[in-house]
Design a protein around this ligand. Structure first.
Ligand SMILES: *Cc1c(COP(=O)(O)O)cnc(C)c1O
Length: 376
């Protein structure tokens, strides 16, 4: 009897493979496409893929900036030794603002309260805080309204200790609908605010409005910095278009089939006993569940031997059961996201099934799923 080769096993029963080569090439592709400096958006741990690894790959490929949503995320990148400029999109709270400023994170100025906090702590620390002013041009979320932006810039200037280094806004419809009238309106309002700031003597060095969709579809929204998250990791920049030919998918999610067996006649599967195998079918016991981020929803499928295999019964916390057709060859590995043979399941398909966004699918993959970095 020969001993089984245990060295060929993956690090865990379910794991993510992230192709950093693809991230690098995607970064270069966006830079080529826009001709403008790039801000790599690595919030939410780079949509769950690992902010430090994705940041390094993007910076090596030419990104100039990074962006995160929370100060804590920016500080983690600093602790990882990353020195590139980092913009924090979200609010800073008093408990974190000193560390943010001391570590040279660029904060978002969006109302008077944010100006007061930043100015007060900058003065206490004896430094000048660089900020980017966020304008709400129609998203209806965070940011100064267009007719208040100039006022806010003046207010921050009077407080002192704040340097207005950038101006930005975010598009609400660019990735959802082509030629939506709001997108045009947002670009116009943004251009108007920029002109008003300049006329009043403010000169934000970095001006940015584009997300991944606008990077590919709206050159008039590029200004002098383009923010992309999705495009760098090979998610669709816009839901209404296929992946641009110059981008590559960077993520594969796999799980091992722990066991395969035929159930005795009359047996049903799992919590609630909702489904029964047909005669001749076996079940595959797949090592992934909603505790890993594989959500319970109707219509789940995975790839095994390059075929779409349906889930049978309910997804549980740590296990999922597959309906294997009669005579199905023994199998060890299933692909939940990615390509296998001629078939593929990508994050946008899961997003549709689960009623969420493609980045939410990836962000929802829990920390217990190891991230394995490949260079292909
Ligand atoms: C998340 C985010 C982005 C990145 O969007 P993608 O579509 O993933 O490129 C850009 N800007 C802001 C403000 C964001 O919150």
């Amino acid at each position: 009897m020969t001993a089984p080769d245990h060295s060929r096993f993956p690090p865990a029963p379910t794991w993510l493979e992230i192709n950093l080569g693809a991230v690098r090439r995607n970064t270069a592709a966006v830079l080529r496409h826009t001709g403008q400096p790039l801000m790599a958006v690595v919030k939410a741990d780079a949509y769950g893929l690992g902010a430090a690894a994705i940041s390094r790959a993007a910076l090596e490929a030419g990104a100039a900036w990074l962006a995160v949503a929370r100060c804590s995320e920016g500080l983690e990148l600093r602790r990882a030794g990353i020195q590139a400029p980092i913009l924090v999109f979200g609010m800073a709270v008093p408990a974190e603002v000193d560390a943010a400023l001391a570590n040279n994170l660029t904060l978002t100025l969006y109302n008077r309260e944010s100006a007061d906090l930043i100015a007060q702590r900058a003065a206490a620390l004896g430094l000048t805080a660089r900020v980017h002013l966020k304008v709400d041009t129609g998203f209806g979320r965070m940011g100064a309204l267009p007719d208040q932006a100039l006022d806010l810039a003046g207010y921050a200037q009077c407080l002192g200790g704040i340097q207005l280094d950038g101006l930005y806004s975010h598009l609400a419809m660019a990735d959802e609908a082509p030629d939506h009238p709001l997108t045009r309106q947002q670009i116009e309002r943004f251009t108007g605010v920029l002109a008003a700031l300049r006329a009043a003597g403010h000169d934000p060095r970095w001006v940015h409005l584009s997300n991944s969709a606008a990077a590919f579809l709206l050159p008039e929204a590029h200004f002098n910095l383009v923010r992309t998250g999705s495009a760098l990791i090979g998610l669709l920049p816009a839901y209404f278009l296929p992946l641009p030919a110059e981008l590559e998918r960077a993520v594969t999610w796999k799980a091992l089939i722990a066991d395969t067996k035929a159930l005795p006649g009359g047996w049903a599967v799992g919590y609630g006993q909702t489904e029964r195998p047909e005669p001749g079918e076996a079940i595959g016991v797949l090592s992934v569940g909603y505790g890993d981020g594989f959500r319970r929803a109707p219509g789940n499928v995975v790839l095994v031997h390059g075929r779409r295999i349906p889930v049978i019964g309910r997804v549980s916390s740590d296990l999922t059961t597959l309906r294997l057709p009669p005579g199905f060859p023994p199998a060890r590995e299933a692909v939940l996201i990615g390509r296998q043979g001629q078939e593929a399941i990508y994050a946008e398909e899961l997003a549709k099934r689960w009623g969420c966004s493609q980045s939410a699918v990836l962000s929802g993959i829990s920390p217990r799923v190891p991230r394995v970095y490949l260079e292909e």
